[in-house]
Design a protein around this ligand. Sequence first.
Ligand code: NAD
Length: 499
Amino acid sequence: MHEINHFVGGEYTKGSSSRTADVFNPATGEVQAKLAMANASDLDAAVERAAAAQPAWAAVNPQRRARVMMKFVELLNRDMDKLAEALSREHGKTLPDAKGDVVRGLEVAEYCIGAPHLLKGEYTDSAGPGIDMYSMRQPLGVTAGITPFNFPAMIPMWMFCPAIVCGNAMILKPSERDPSVPNMLAELMLEAGLPKDILQVVHGDKEVVDAILDNETIQSVGFVGSTPIAQYIYARSTANGKRCQCFGGAKNHMIVMPDADMDQAADALVGAGYGAAGERCMAISVAVPVTDEAADRLLEKLIPRVEKLKVGPYTAGDDVDYGPVITAEAKQKILGLVESGVKDGAKLAVDGRDFSLQGYEDGNFVGPCLFDNVTPDMDIYTQEIFGPVLSTVRAKTYEEALSLAMDHEYGNGTAIFTRDGDTARDFANRINIGMVGINVPIPVPLAYHTFGGWKKSMFGDLNQHGPDAFKFYTRTKTVTARWPSGIKEGGEFSIPLME
Ligand code: NAD
């Protein structure tokens, strides 16, 4: 059986724990690898090495640190096919989607090449007589990143690229479901010139996560995953005095106004609702057509598109729209929620429950499901399903549609489809959600803007990537300097006013 181990000190190691986890092939249900699961002493050993190496890395000038990122980008492009294949094999998403996963991470590495500029501090000449004042951005030390299964390339890169280019070391704890790509990325960083103890990949579950949260050397924790775990990690790491940003689950609404281009809206909904089997935190999971007449027109276009979706393993090539969901448990949870929607009285306009694929009967495939007449009290509306299930909630007015999205506990992404600039502008201004699309169904900001939701989709203050990442991974130090020629009057005993 293939073994996957921790990547510590530039080498693979099993660690001291004998515990392992199964890594499944989601298309067949078979176990394809055994993953070493770290304990607290494995974590402590990795942190110790990282802490010893970090000061020398912080002392490397930012331009040279940025050159590691430059080389890393080149290596990602060189190994793109290999990375995408490894990613699809463990995650199940199609190869083009897996490449997108790598590219969205690569773009953050590209942004980090600008570190020398982004790390520049501020300077005030003559803040007082003979006094200059300047601020510098200094790294935190050893940082940690805990990442989810659904973007095993992109999200680790969103964390370790800015952390490392700012002069920190990082302990990365990827999802135990698809751990190979994070290891490959760490190997590429080494090949790109990163000193060996600066990026360590430690695999495991709650046991090692708790060790991270309680480790006194680790200065910050970045987390992406489900909301209950995000809330737990935020509470425990901030109680331990760490800087923390935690990104949680989502329920993204797409409002479709009666004046929208219905073909465009229907195309957007199939892609954003069912792409990656709905396992995206920015997937659209609720369609909100405004007026019954618009709802009928939308569903008339949407139903045949959903019925035509092709589901299969990534190895089937371009013929597949989406693959299996991550685990058998995830499949059962999704099917259970679909069942609850039917029981609660929603209309299952497209029923993918009995989907089965010859030769892949034990795989975690779920056929596309489309609900109409969903109401806000139903579990399929309140809960994140994280599967190929789209719910339609009919709203009578724009205000009702707006309130629906605003009242939901999650606030990651949303979209409005309309031809009316006034409505779109009003929506963007009033909605209490972090990322907004106007005729764009998955408004994931590019690397030089920041990514983050509101409400229960985010715990913390600073977003991922963009300028926020450079703030998150550095501390500001402000220096007030006066040289001896200015010191003539003796000591001052009241707060200095710089006059
Ligand atoms: P998850 O919360 O199950 O796991 C995320 C990480 O937390 C993994 O590394 C896992 O090992 C660890 N973990 C799991 N249970 C834990 C526990 N009890 N204690 C400590 N650590 C634990 O999430 P997932 O299933 O891997 O990912 C899917 C979720 O992530 C969805 O809810 C999705 O919306 C969310 N997500 C959010 C964003 C965002 O930016 N907001 C992006 C991607 C995914």
